[in-house]
Ligand binder design. Structure first.
Ligand code: 2ND
Ligand code: ZN
Length: 371
């Protein structure tokens, strides 16, 4: 347990407090956060007959249990069902709209939600129809719930379509697509295989993140940054392999130093990492050390359905084991907002106009409970 810090506001935020705080989410998969009831509805409407159960509660439990597998490859298997029912304009728009509602209800003020357009073409949609359907759902969500959601287009690292998806991201950059990503099985599919797509994006002054350092270690992180030029790292947990801890002393290797020096944002997803075996437990999650060492760490959900979580719950779990306080919660949030793929002026507006005043108010309320 950390010692009391005199002069600092150190009341522990409760789950309810966290829900009220204005939060930012950078790493959340659209097909990893579908409501179980919606999966059942969409399966019925489209004639998808492969669901393991059509009872929403049982299905919720099934997704979490299947993902809780100890390997990234097995964690990814249940996505075939959410992807399987997201094959029409109506389905994609509904899932995006409900995603906006769920994130807004969790107190999120800005989110970047990603998905792989190529996984939604089975019933004959074009890539453009997929992208427009999702944008439409998020635009409706913004009008109704006030939450701003940018999308990231993901390419599958074991397919050869990354250039096509990168071009799609650039084409829709002024309509709500804020960046690009690659995901899927990491071992055996290094980021460098998609170098042409990343070089294209850099020439277009576009933003991208790369899932790296989750199912594979330092070589993947090194390639993502030094060959591909990633703006952010999806997970990046294995950067811990380049940090030596010897009692109170820590020694950073050159790659870890570089990541910290350049303020490269790490999109950490604690619960997901425990499920895939990238971390042994929340208490032993590298985020604790990386936070203390001043890395640009952010907290994320990855897949709210498969990882049975929300952003508020991820924070609550971290607060429980690392004893984080309001200042830490705000620090993670400002880190995330600074790292978003929105223009600088819009990031600043959200930090100074929404996040800081929101936290100040909550801290004041907690310090003056009877006021
Ligand atoms: O944590 C992850 N690592 C790698 N790939 C992932 C992860 N979570 C989801 N995905 C994949 C499965 C989805 O179908 C795809 C697009 O959202 O991204
Ligand atoms: Zn992910």
């Amino acid at each position: 347990m950390r010692a009391e810090r005199p002069g600092r506001f150190n009341t522990r935020p409760t789950l309810e407090d966290i829900r009220r705080a204005p939060k930012v989410l950078l790493h959340d998969h659209l097909d990893g956060g579908v409501r179980p009831g919606t999966v059942v509805d969409l399966a019925r409407e489209s004639g998808y007959g492969d669901l393991p159960t059509t009872d929403p509660d049982a299905l919720r439990a099934w997704f979490a249990e299947s993902a809780d597998s100890g390997s990234l490859e097995r964690y990814l298997k249940p996505f075939s069902h959410t992807g399987g029912v997201m094959q029409s304009v109506e389905a994609l728009t509904r899932v995006a709209y409900e995603c906006a509602e769920d994130l807004a209800n969790d107190g999120i003020v800005y989110a970047e939600v990603r998905y792989a357009p190529a996984l939604h073409l089975r019933a004959g949609l074009s890539l453009e129809q997929v992208v427009e359907a999702v944008l439409d759902g998020f635009a409706r969500g913004r009008r109704e719930f006030g939450i701003r959601v940018g999308t990231l287009l993901t390419a599958n690292r074991n397919q050869a379509r990354s250039m096509e998806i990168a071009k799609l991201a650039v084409r829709y950059r002024d309509d709500g697509v804020v960046g690009f990503d690659i995901a899927g099985t990491e071992a055996g599919y290094p980021p460098i295989k998609h170098l042409d797509a990343f070089e294209y994006l850099r020439r277009e002054n576009a933003h991208f993140t790369i899932h790296a350092g989750e199912g594979f270690g330092l070589p993947s992180i090194w390639q993502a940054i030094q060959w591909c030029g990633a703006d952010r790292l999806g997970h990046g947990v294995r950067i811990i392999d380049d940090i030596e801890v010897d009692g109170d002393e820590t020694r950073l290797g050159r790659l870890a130093d570089y990541v910290r020096d350049k303020r490269i944002p790490l999109e950490m997803c604690p619960s997901s990492n425990v499920q895939t075996g990238a971390a042994t437990s929340i208490a032993e999650h590298p985020i604790g050390l990386l936070h203390d060492l001043g890395f640009r760490v952010t907290v994320n959900t990855d897949n709210r359905l498969m990882s049975k979580t929300t952003l508020s719950e991820e924070f609550a779990k971290l607060i429980e084991v690392f004893d984080y306080d309001w200042d830490d919660l705000q620090w993670f949030t400002v880190n995330a907002m600074k790292s978003a793929f929105l223009p600088f002026t819009e990031r600043l507006e959200l930090i100074n106009g929404v996040i800081k005043p929101g936290f100040a108010q909550l801290k004041w309320n907690r310090a003056h409970p009877s006021a």
